[in-house]
Design a protein around this ligand. Structure first.
Ligand code: COA
Length: 259
């Protein structure tokens, strides 16, 4: 049982809810250690096809690191906490299954960085995004300075990180920070539909595709192309590939086994 997280499964889709609504789901040390344990379990769950991450309540996805814990954070602790959270968020980014952030409200600081570690971001029309760390005299430490410019470009990332200003859902959509915006009441239903669609695709192909696309964000293009052809070759060896191609040619719906 977790204190700061809720985890449930609907068929083969996992729903992880950050659960500190009275603190706008701020990321505490307790929360990161629970998250780390839960991710280990999620990684071992072979039946899982997609993970959704959201925040409890209608106000916040995650409003950043718990500012109370910043009071005593010195350089040594700062490095440790930053490295731990970078590792946890990289674990999310590199999970074999896709992860969808259902951003139901404020995604600030570490909350923005958590959303950035997910494969796809969908938000409510009330969501707000920002990297307000600079206003507290610190800088993002959970991967934001690297992931944000990759997603929205250098200039826009600079502006958000240097001003600490918030942007609303429509602006987040305009700059490609989120893929879609829905009224809050419809958010989970729409995210579930997307998750179910991805979950219905051949699981190994989805896994290899995620890995290859993630690789495009690091290293050189040549090694990305090399990984892509190896993973493409691997996908050609699967039973699901035989089934997917036959189903198309026979004009029927494919039945995939993840083999
Ligand atoms: N850490 C710890 N507590 C936080 C928090 C955070 N990052 N963000 C919000 N909270 C707490 C507030 O202290 C308040 O707790 P209280 O009721 O015990 O006083 C509660 O959550 C509600 O927040 P409140 O500020 O009253 O809501 P609001 O609607 O007036 O403002 C925000 C919402 C998001 C604009 C505001 O809470 C905020 O700026 N939060 C900090 C964001 C931030 O700087 N994050 C980056 C940290 S590195």
């Amino acid at each position: 049982m977790y204190k700061t997280l809720i985890y449930e499964k609907k068929d083969n889709i996992g729903i992880l809810t950050i659960n500190r609504p009275d603190k706008l789901n701020a990321i505490s040390n307790e929360l990161t250690s629970e998250l780390s344990k839960l991710l280990d379990d999620i990684e071992k769950d072979e039946g899982l096809r997609v993970l959704i991450i959201t925040g409890k309540g209608d106000k916040a996805f995650v409003a950043g690191a718990d500012i109370k814990e910043l009071v005593d954070r010195d350089a040594r602790q700062g490095r440790k906490v930053s490295q731990e959270r970078q590792e946890i968020f990289s674990h999310i980014e590199n999970l074999q299954i896709p992860v969808i952030a259902a951003v139901n409200g404020y995604a600030l600081g570490g909350g923005l960085e958590l959303a950035l570690a997910c494969s796809i971001r969908i938000c409510s029309d009330k969501a707000q995004f920002g990297a307000p760390e600079v206003k507290l005299g610190i800088i993002p430490g959970d991967g934001g300075t690297q992931r944000l410019p990759r997603l929205i470009g250098l200039g826009r990332a600079m502006e958000l990180i240097l001003t600490g200003d918030f942007i609303d859902a429509q602006e987040a959509f305009r700059i490609g920070l989120v893929n879609k915006v829905f009224p809050l009441e419809e958010l989970m239903e729409k995210v579930m539909e997307l998750a179910q669609k991805i979950a219905s695709r051949p699981p190994l192909a989805v896994r290899y595709a995620k890995e290859a696309v993630n690789r495009s964000q690091e290293g050189d293009t040549a090694s990305g192309f090399a990984l892509e052809s190896y993973l493409h070759a691997l996908s050609c060896t699967t039973e699901d590939k035989k089934e997917g191609v036959s189903a198309f040619l026979e004009k029927r719906k494919g039945k995939f086994k993840g083999k």
